[in-house]
Design a protein around this ligand. Structure first.
Ligand code: NAP
Length: 284
């Protein structure tokens, strides 16, 4: 089957171009857009993510405030920094890169960021708003996937959509966003019985498991759209997704590659959320 590649690089470039123009328009009105990114410790993957976020800010004219804190930072120190940033009018969005070192409680830290600046949309207030469909920010990865589907003119209304994974940052909000677009949604997880029977029904299959080669061709319906959220390393230490790309692509109508699929969209949507925050805080 001839399949289309859903090109996250191309789609994120279009999204970023739109954001850049809006940031410029705001600047011309004397309104700056700023994002504070906090990194605690030395997690190598987190360092790469934070560097990429900083680069995206620079590209789009968004001011980035970087806070690199040592591994042994106390919860009081981190919370005191977040409280300062909550009050700083130059900072429109605050992001604390997860995971945090084990001695810091993620829930406490996330809850300290004011919901208006919570550009990751992890605060319970924002999570609740997503549930009822009245939201300011959407979590970046699921939002990026919805943007990709829209760009590709893939309408999920009435379709069978299956999400593998139920994390708070990907699986659960993904299911909710698909539901808001009138899809019939099934969420699978490690206790799902007969996963293949469920995934084989999917018109749109989203995999957010975190295991290389997890989604094989026999799990996918002919003509399905496959979205691969996974970011894994294969045996050769190369970045790869959850999906056995070569074999699955042959059965699909459209598929996201890894790298160059969902990843670039996540950062673009973070920039979008920062812009949205700046506009809301300036009553625009
Ligand atoms: P997570 O919190 O570890 O969640 C993984 C999910 O997969 C869990 O819900 C788990 O089920 C489920 N699972 C594990 N084994 C399974 C099995 N055998 N059958 C069915 N379900 C199974 O991971 P996450 O944070 O959602 O991330 C998932 C992947 O996406 C990772 O590779 C991560 O690096 C990647 N990611 C990529 C981006 C991006 O921008 N591209 C952003 C975020 C995450 P249980 O709940 O039952 O344990």
């Amino acid at each position: 089957m001839a399949y289309k590649i859903i090109n996250g690089k191309e789609i994120s470039a279009a999204v970023k171009e739109r954001i850049k123009k809006e940031v410029e328009t705001l600047k011309n009105k004397g309104i700056g857009v700023g994002l504070a990114v906090i990194l605690v410790g030395e997690n190598p993957a987190s360092k790469v993510y934070v560097a990429n976020k900083k680069k995206a800010c620079e590209e789009l004219g968004i001011k980035s405030f970087e806070f690199k804190l040592p591994e042994q930072t106390t919860e009081e120190e981190l919370i005191s920094l977040i409280k300062k940033l909550n009050e700083d009018s130059e900072v429109n969005g605050i992001l604390c890169q997860l995971p945090l070192p084990a001695h810091l409680d993620e829930g406490t830290v996330i809850n300290t960021i004011v919901p208006e600046k919570d550009v990751d949309a992890f605060h319970p207030v924002n999570v609740g708003k997503i549930m009822i469909g009245d939201f300011d920010f959407l979590p970046c990865t699921p939002a990026g996937i919805m943007e990709m589907l829209a760009y590709m003119n893939i309408d999920v209304c009435g379709k069978e959509c299956v999400v593998i994974g139920r994390s708070n940052i990907v699986g659960k909000p993904m299911a909710m966003l698909l539901l808001h677009k009138n899809a019939t949604v099934t969420v699978c997880h490690s206790k799902t019985k007969d996963l293949k029977a469920v995934t084989s029904r999917a018109d749109v299959l989203v995999s957010a498991v975190g295991r290389a080669g997890f989604v094989t061709a026999d799990m996918v319906k002919e003509g399905a759209v496959v979205i691969d959220v996974g970011m894994n390393r294969n045996a050769e230490n190369k970045l790869c997704g959850d999906v056995d790309f070569e074999a699955v692509a042959e059965k699909c109508s459209a598929i996201t590659p890894v790298p160059g699929g969902v990843g670039p969209m996540t950062i673009a949507m973070l920039m979008q959320n920062t812009l949205t925050a700046a506009k809301k805080q300036n009553n625009i």
